[in-house]
Design a protein around this ligand. Structure first.
Ligand code: HEM
Length: 427
């Protein structure tokens, strides 16, 4: 699929690619099943391009499962540098970087090799299954409490009443935050994550920037306080790892709390989104739901299938650090590359009858969390918390069903439910 640039004249240029114009529609992302079905029925199945402007500004668009899987580990397809990601947020009259640039510059998401490797290892070691499984008991109790509270109310918005609360509760337990602190961090992260809107207005950009600056300050201060208090084992281990790094290691964070805190960004917003998404997928599949109620060993399969159909992220941006060739296409160095993770999860060449919720599909072909060196370090937390919630809502004492129209947020790179009305009660 990929080769080095031999004779550039024999290659297709990015400008020759068909345009993925669905991304310019104001309803983009509200009906992913129809969008994917149309796209994969098209006789043309190669890379496409996006129009100029906005989050996916003039990029090469990759959406086939096989292509995503190959390109994910390509050395020349790096994280998008922060200067490019945050360019629309920069005020030329100000000497300092914008709040958004400061936050994203500390997040692994924009780091480049070799700095990326050191910082990534520090952060991801605190997010392994082994590291977070110690939280299983308090997190399970917290989730059961939320399900009880929702059952007493009867009709609730699942995203707000359970999913987002479970996310905030998880960080409260993991970091030792107060409930108010966890709620404040998640509320700032929700505003900052509006940066995934495909075409934010200038007032939305200002709000994103302000929230990002405040979030970085808040995370740094509260994580530092918790490190000093010495009560959280996860943070104590982070500090031990940091202390063992040679002072001249490339990518050794200057301020540990900033890099660790900023890298939690998706965990403070999309984590709530994906709990709702996975639950939604299961509630839309009554046979699978009944099977999971009968056999608790199917909880894991239900999670994997829910997150395949409804991952929290539709697409993110990468960057060609040098010229690269994909089939007969020359992608010049400096070109943004949009990775359509959700679309790869609905590619019929990778998943038979892709829109069907089917327990027990192989997990390997999923593109949900990317792959290779940049694979999402938060994926273990997502799985852990989603499985805890699925286990709680499929308990034989719980009755749960959708109770109205569930609406998806339009025109964003995230895949998130704006509202998810449910009826829930204890038998
Ligand atoms: C909620 C569901 C989530 C999804 C669907 C998701 C998806 C992804 C994907 C696809 C990537 C790879 C991007 C690329 O290769 O270009 C990624 C990277 C990343 N994710 Fe997640 N993520 C989720 C949750 C989380 C959570 C909970 C955290 C932190 C607590 C997190 C932190 C990160 C970071 C820091 C990176 C950058 C990794 C690197 O460049 O080395 N994510 N995520």
């Amino acid at each position: 699929m990929m080769s080095s640039v031999s004779d550039p004249r024999s290659l297709k240029a990015v400008e020759d690619l068909p345009v993925f114009d669905r991304i310019d529609q104001s309803s983009f992302g509200t009906d992913v099943a129809s969008m994917c079905a149309e796209l994969f029925a098209d006789p043309y199945q190669g890379p496409m391009r996006t129009t100029a402007g906005g989050y996916t500004d003039g990029s090469v668009f990759i959406y086939r499962n096989a292509e995503l899987k190959t390109l994910v580990s390509h050395q020349a397809l790096t994280n998008q540098p922060v200067k490019i990601l945050a360019a629309p947020y920069r005020d030329q009259r100000q000497p300092d970087p914008s709040g958004f640039e400061q936050l994203m510059g500390r997040n692994l998401f924009t780091m480049q090799a070799p700095e990326h490797g050191t910082a990534r290892q520090l952060v991801s070691r605190r997010m392994t299954t082994g590291s977070i499984s110690r939280l299983a008991q308090p997190v399970t109790e917290m989730v059961l409490g939320l399900v009880d509270r929702a059952s007493e109310e009867g009709e609730v918005d699942f995203r707000k009443a359970v999913a987002d609360e479970a996310m905030a509760g998880f960080w409260q337990i993991a970091l030792g935050w107060t409930p108010e602190e966890a709620a404040h961090a998640c509320s700032l992260a929700a505003k900052s994550q509006m940066s995934n809107l495909l075409n934010p207005s200038s007032s939305e950009r200002r709000a994103i920037d302000r929230a990002s600056a405040e979030l970085l300050r808040f995370l740094t201060a509260t994580i530092r306080r918790q490190i000093d208090a010495g009560t959280q084992s996860l943070l104590a281990e982070l500090v031990t790892d940091y202390a063992s790094l040679p002072l001249d290691a490339p990518g050794r964070p200057v301020v540990l709390e900033e890099v660790f805190g900023a890298s939690l960004l998706d965990g403070l917003h999309s984590l709530g989104g994906v709990i709702a998404n996975v639950t939604y997928g299961l509630l839309c599949a009554p046979e699978a739901l009944a099977a999971v109620r009968q056999d608790r060993d199917l909880v894991r399969a239900a999670y994997h299938e829910g997150v395949r159909l409804h991952p929290a992220v539709i697409l993110t941006q990468r960057h060609a650090s040098e010229d690269l060739v994909i089939d007969d296409l020359l992608v010049p160095g400096g070109t943004p590359v949009t990775m359509g993770w959700l679309l790869g999860n609905r590619d019929p060449e990778a998943f038979d009858d892709p829109d069907c919720f089917r327990l027990g599909r192989p997990v390997g072909p999923q593109a949900t969390f990317g792959g290779g060196f940049h694979i999402c370090p938060g994926r273990n937390i997502v799985k852990f918390l989603c499985e805890t919630v699925i286990r709680a809502i499929t308990d034989s004492s719980v009755q749960i069903e959708l109770a109205g129209e569930c609406r998806w947020l339009p025109a964003t790179g995230l895949h998130e439910l704006k509202s998810m009305p449910i009826l829930i009660k204890r038998r």
